[in-house]
Design a protein. Structure first.
Length: 516
């Protein structure tokens, strides 16, 4: 939050200024290109400051080593931007000290005694690197200060020593982040003593740089995790067509990416036609089981929110907030809590959350627009999202288990037959669980109320009647669907492993009888 209280709160802990600056920058990650630009600028600053610290024109390529190591480390999404900001501040102080340090030993010691506590409180444990650069023995003084502060601060000692906000998971820190200050100091000291490089040395440094560039791209991040992050981002902004396009390029196989794809199909009314074009994981691919994980819980909450289960979405938002490892508060979650309370008519509670978001830079315009809606029933009811969810939401609180999700979707649909997301989930859940009998209980109920007879629903009905050796009623199935069913049945009955079955790979029949 961009106000005095929040600023003072951050400055009340070691590394607070670096953390405050980093948190201010991170809010703009909501725009992917802006987030990339912020990281690029910070990396450029680290490289240029490292080169200035080296004070040599040769061995230029070596100045990329610290930033390449940081790039590799930040492939782990739990490495906070605070570390990068603190590193920039530390390098700037080290360069300034090189130019402005007193020559008199007494004055130098006095300056160190005054500066190190201040720097520790502003940038955190990276002050140790600065202390070594100023006067090697002053690192003992810096360590003593850190241990003393750990005695009084409300944090475990290990967390204080490793940085309160350098890494999202408390009392741990990747080894690469520990090694970066050592590399910076070695470059600052050794390059001054190195002779002018020969051609083969420069070639070796160029190869080293190539390795440092390639390694983060290939090994510095979990590709599956980043895929999930991209799906989560697209769900958050409601870019359903991009989700489907992404899934068409590479079929998702993670539980949450499958769920995101199915939600996008449902939101565009395509779930009944295209669900089995993609890998499926049973009904959990529609409504995942709850996991106490801040990333997956938020994505699960998005599904419930778009279904119209506003109170469940609100509960999952609270769960997601509590699951954040470093105990931060999430502006995304606060926004969702404001939305759910607005939809439920809890305007005082919604106002509390909106007032918090109004103090941020990124969310301020949205918060101000939404604050103007509070108490204006007409404006809320006419809102394309909030008004719709007001109509979809159930009026009574209902406790339900994971085994009753299809019934809840049924209640949502019966409450408001315009809720086609609930209708699609209601019909697809038994199909994905391979329960044709249950599906046939739901299909007539839906079709008696809305005109909804997409491809997979027809496939399910065709299979149900074929299993009973009965002809389906006239008009329910197209002639093409009957021909396809007969062809599949003929091939399958002759040879269950027949390669010709592959032509039916995107059908319900293949999913049920051949495999996923």
């Amino acid at each position: 939050m961009f106000d005095g209280d929040y600023f003072i709160d951050r400055l009340s802990e070691p590394g607070g200024l670096a953390r405050y600056v980093a948190e201010f920058l991170v809010q703009f990650y909501n725009g992917v290109a802006i987030g990339a630009a912020i990281i690029a600028v910070l990396y450029m600053l680290i490289q240029r400051l490292t080169w200035r610290l080296m004070k040599v024109k040769s061995h230029y390529i070596l100045s990329f080593m610290p930033v390449a190591m940081l790039w590799f480390a930040m492939g782990d999404e739990s490495v906070m931007l605070t570390y990068a900001v603190a590193l920039v501040m530390a390098l700037a102080v080290m360069i300034a000290w090189t130019k402005l340090a007193p020559q008199n030993i007494v004055a130098k010691v006095v300056a160190v005694v005054i500066l190190i506590p201040i720097l520790y409180w502003l940038i955190g444990p990276l002050v140790l690197m600065v202390a070594v650069w100023m006067m090697p023995l002053s690192v003992i003084y810096a360590l003593a200060l850190m241990l003393l502060s750990a005695h009084y601060l409300p944090f475990p000692m290990m967390r204080v020593m490793l940085g309160i906000s350098y890494y999202r998971i408390p009392v741990t820190l990747p080894y690469v982040l520990m090694a970066i200050p050592v590399v910076v100091l070695l470059l600052g000291w050794l390059t001054k003593r190195l002779p002018e490089p020969k051609t083969w040395v420069l070639t070796g440094e160029a190869l080293l740089l190539a390795v440092l560039v390639v390694v983060p791209q290939q090994f510095g991040f979990d590709a599956k995790k980043y895929e999930l992050m991209e799906y989560d981002y697209l769900v958050r902004i409601g870019d359903w067509n991009d989700i489907i396009a992404k899934a068409e390029k590479k079929t998702p196989d993670l539980p949450m990416s499958v769920s995101a794809t199915n939600l996008a199909l449902a939101m565009t009314n395509q779930l009944g036609d295209k669900a089995f074009d993609f890998f499926q994981r049973g009904s959990e691919g529609l409504l995942p089981k709850f996991e106490r994980n801040f990333a997956t819980t938020q994505l699960t909450g998005e599904i419930y929110f778009n279904l119209g289960l506003v109170n469940t979405a609100q509960r999952l938002a609270f769960e997601a907030m509590e699951a954040i490892p470093n105990y931060n508060k999430s502006a995304r979650v606060v926004k969702r809590l404001a939305e759910t309370n607005l939809i439920n008519g809890e305007y005082k509670v919604a106002e509390k959350y909106l007032k918090m978001l109004e103090k941020t830079v990124f969310y301020r315009p949205w918060a101000q627009r939404t604050l103007a809606m509070l108490g204006d029933e007409k404006a809320i009811n006419e809102h394309p999202l909030y008004g719709t969810l007001r109509q979809y939401r159930l009026q009574d609180d209902i406790l339900f288990s994971d085994r009753e999700l299809d019934k809840i979707c049924g209640l949502l649909f019966m409450h408001n037959t315009s809720n086609m997301v609930a209708a699609q989930y209601l019909l697809m859940m038994p199909l994905m669980d391979k329960d044709i009998a249950r599906f046939m209980q739901y299909a007539p109920v839906v079709q008696s109320r809305v005109q909804y007879n997409p491809r997979h629903i027809q496939e399910g009905i065709a299979l149900a009647f074929m299993q009973k050796r009965q002809q389906p009623p006239q008009g329910i199935l197209s002639q093409f669907m009957l021909q396809q069913m007969n062809e599949f049945a003929s091939i399958y009955s002759a040879n269950q492993q027949a390669p010709e079955l592959a032509k039916f790979k995107n059908t319900l029949w293949y999913y049920l009888m051949v495999g996923k």
